[in-house]
Design a protein around this ligand. Structure first.
Ligand SMILES: Nc1ncnc2c1ncn2[C@@H]1O[C@H](COP(=O)(O)OP(=O)(O)OP(=O)(O)O)[C@@H](O)[C@H]1O
Length: 308
């Protein structure tokens, strides 16, 4: 079967391990995420999902392993050459485990959101989206005050930043609340604003840590629609951690399952849903109780049957 995560990965994780003292939170995990795909990382509590995310986005320095990423094209030979050198990148190919978090955001174009909302609560919705673009605005000004005062490139960049922010506010239905403090928006709106903020950095890969957490059924459905639309526009691939199986099954092209720090399954949503190890581990039941577990998984994913 042809799959983008095999034929055209944007991200390849090889034998990634993260230890905290004696605890192995992520144990020799390998997988790829397809360019243009929505890839879901699932697993029971404590499986190592957030730790893996933190390694991808430079919050943790992994104990060992390699994380190769390219917004354009992952080339195996280039990755091997890069691995043998001490360099962090070669053109548009990056080894993320060698990079700091700010470099990963800026140079490799990965953006992430967190389990807990991290908006600037006292700033307006619009300001949150403008701040996300601060770096490209500073670059347009040549990182100088004189640039701010005179450069046409700054004015063009500022216009583009405002347009982008306004476009995202409209898209997430918050135009009317552009000037309201982010912290006063309903929870579901804050979640979508966080995604919009990440999208304002023009990411090649958007990493979302439990974006549906705390959302009601309607908000979850809106979120799924938003993520599918982002994917379908073709500029941004998505990697998400999610416990809500209805969202996972509805939108994912590819699902990777962790349990106790190890990968136990990797495939299409249907393949993973029918995998007995996943049924047993993800639902935390004994293998002998698999029929009951399978029924429960099918129930939790039943609203995902409209997968595209
Ligand atoms: N900074 C840390 N120091 C020590 N142990 C940690 C640290 N971060 C995570 N762990 C441990 O690593 C393991 C994996 O945790 P992690 O948060 O990655 O799991 P998870 O799959 O994201 O879980 P959840 O779904 O509950 O968020 C857990 O046993 C956790 O206690």
């Amino acid at each position: 079967m042809s799959a983008r995560w095999i034929d055209d990965p944007i991200l390849r994780v090889d034998a990634l391990t993260m230890r905290f003292g004696g605890l192995v939170a992520v144990n020799e995990v390998s997988f790829a995420a397809g360019r243009g795909d929505i890839t879901a990382l699932i697993g029971p509590n404590g499986a190592g999902k957030t730790t893996l995310f933190n390694c991808l986005t430079g919050f943790y320095q992994p104990t060992s392993g390699r994380i190769a990423f390219s917004p354009e094209r992952l080339d195996a030979e280039k990755i091997e050459r890069l691995t043998r050198s001490a360099r962090k990148s070669d053109g548009d190919t990056f080894l993320l485990e060698r990079m700091a978090d700010h470099e990963i955001v800026r140079k490799a174009r990965l953006a992430r959101t967190f389990q807990n909302i991290r908006l600037f609560q006292g700033m307006s919705a619009l300001e949150n989206l403008m701040i996300a673009q601060g770096r490209s605005l500073s670059r347009a000004a040549g990182f100088s005050v004189l640039g701010l005062l005179g450069a046409p490139s700054w004015r063009r960049a500022e216009r583009a930043a405002v347009d982008r922010a306004a476009g995202w506010l409209e898209r997430i239905g918050l135009t009317g609340r552009a000037d309201d403090p982010a912290g006063e928006l309903p929870y579901g709106d804050q979640r979508r604003l966080e995604i919009a903020r990440a999208m304002c950095t023009n990411p090649a890969l958007l990493c979302l840590d439990e974006p549906a957490a705390g959302l009601n059924a309607t908000e979850s459905r809106d979120l799924a629609d938003l993520l599918r639309a982002i994917r379908d526009e073709g500029e941004t691939s998505i990697l998400l951690i999610e416990h809500d199986m209805s969202v996972v099954m509805r939108i994912s092209d590819h699902v990777v399952v962790l349990d106790y720090g190890q990968k136990i399954a990797d495939g299409s949503p249907v393949e993973v849903r029918e995998n007995s190890a996943v049924i047993a581990a993800y639902l935390g039941v004994e293998e002998t109780d698999e029929p009951a577990a399978e029924a429960a998984l099918a129930e939790s994913a039943k609203t995902g049957s409209d997968a595209t």
